[in-house]
Design a protein around this ligand. Structure first.
Ligand SMILES: [Zn+2]
Length: 331
């Protein structure tokens, strides 16, 4: 399997001017840059292509300032469709996309849909978010998201070309990827531009320290959070049923938590994130759920119990407040 490390530059419409912004394509891709690495992360190919804009014909000042590129240069480029077909052919058959952050893969697919191109996939796409991997490999908190230039400096990579052009950013991202230990690459990400439409396309991934599940789309939230598989908290290590210690509760209506207990592996924290997405074929709104299960300590379990108490108090206060408000007699 090869790694395709790519980066995009895009232009956007100016705000405030009628007809300048297109909701279907808020960001129009104007440049693709990529590096191809083999399974040992040796560079085996390079790709660079400018794209002739067809939606936004004026350069937005943000794009202009960052990229230092002019419309007259872009006019010499290929159409998006031609460039994309060339790019995908260059990618080959067996590869994994790698990008700095998750936006490039999303915008790539949004532009492809705008031009009615065959989708990259019919379900979530597994890819490497090198920005996330950098954090897991080299940052103490394992969570912060750094700028590309920061990571390049931290890893003492020579800054031999200017930043903020598609090719240079793909080049630096590839250099960073080469320094990421192989075991960290386990922490792949999933792009959900195309939600899992069926049970077969659902994602179940066991990482070294937690498990992640992306369920198929549901019509609404109620349906999503009453689904048996969504609510299940089987231990992801031994696959045995874990006893529920704290029932599913929500402090905000978006995130749900629970704690279960596996006799062999201890406390198991469950977290559901209910999100809105788009059904790729009908383009209608859909609800989907990401579940994570993680082995936690007794202290962490107690913190979740406190969180539940707090959520309960909040609810009671709200109820009391509404009751008082409704029973007040107007003077
Ligand atoms: Zn277990």
């Amino acid at each position: 399997m090869n790694y395709i490390v790519f980066d995009l530059e895009w232009n956007q419409g100016r705000e405030g001017k009628q007809g300048q912004k297109h909701e279907d394509i808020p960001f129009e891709i104007i440049e693709i840059g990529a590096m191809k690495l083999d399974e040992n992360k040796n560079v085996i190919g390079e790709f660079h292509q400018l794209i002739r804009p067809s939606v936004y014909k004026d350069m937005h000042y943000i794009t202009q300032n960052m990229m230092h590129i002019h419309m007259k240069d872009l006019k010499k480029g290929l159409s998006f469709r031609e460039a994309m077909e060339m790019f995908l052919e260059w990618c080959g058959e067996d590869y994994m996309f790698c990008t700095w952050g998750g936006l490039d893969l999303l915008e790539l697919q949004r532009n492809m849909r705008y031009y009615d191109m065959e989708p990259l996939s019919h379900g979530p796409i597994c890819f490497l978010d090198v920005q996330k991997l950098f954090s897991i490999a080299f940052e103490e908190d394992k969570k912060s998201r750094r700028a590309l230039e920061y990571a390049v400096s931290e890893l003492s990579i020579e800054k031999d070309i200017a930043f903020h052009r598609a090719f240079s950013d793909a080049y630096y991202t590839a250099k960073i990827l080469q320094k990421i230990p192989t075991d960290v690459e386990e922490y792949c990400s999933y792009d959900v531009f195309h939600l899992p439409a069926s049970k077969e396309e659902e994602v179940q991934k066991i990482f070294p320290s937690y498990a992640k599940y992306i369920f198929r789309e549901f019509e609404n939230k109620k349906e999503a959070i009453s689904d048996k598989a969504v609510l299940s908290t089987k231990c992801y290590i031994c696959d045995k049923n874990a006893k529920r210690k704290i029932k599913w509760f929500t402090p905000n209506g978006k995130h749900y938590y629970s704690v279960s207990y596996c006799d062999k592996h201890g406390y198991l924290k469950g977290k559901l994130r209910v999100r809105k997405g788009m059904n790729a074929s009908s383009e209608s709104e859909a609800v989907y759920v990401i579940k994570t299960l993680k082995i936690i300590s007794e202290e962490e379990k107690n913190l979740i119990a406190e969180k539940r108490e707090h959520a309960r108090e909040q609810r009671q206060m709200k109820r009391k407040f509404l009751k008082e408000k409704n029973t007040k007699v107007p003077k």
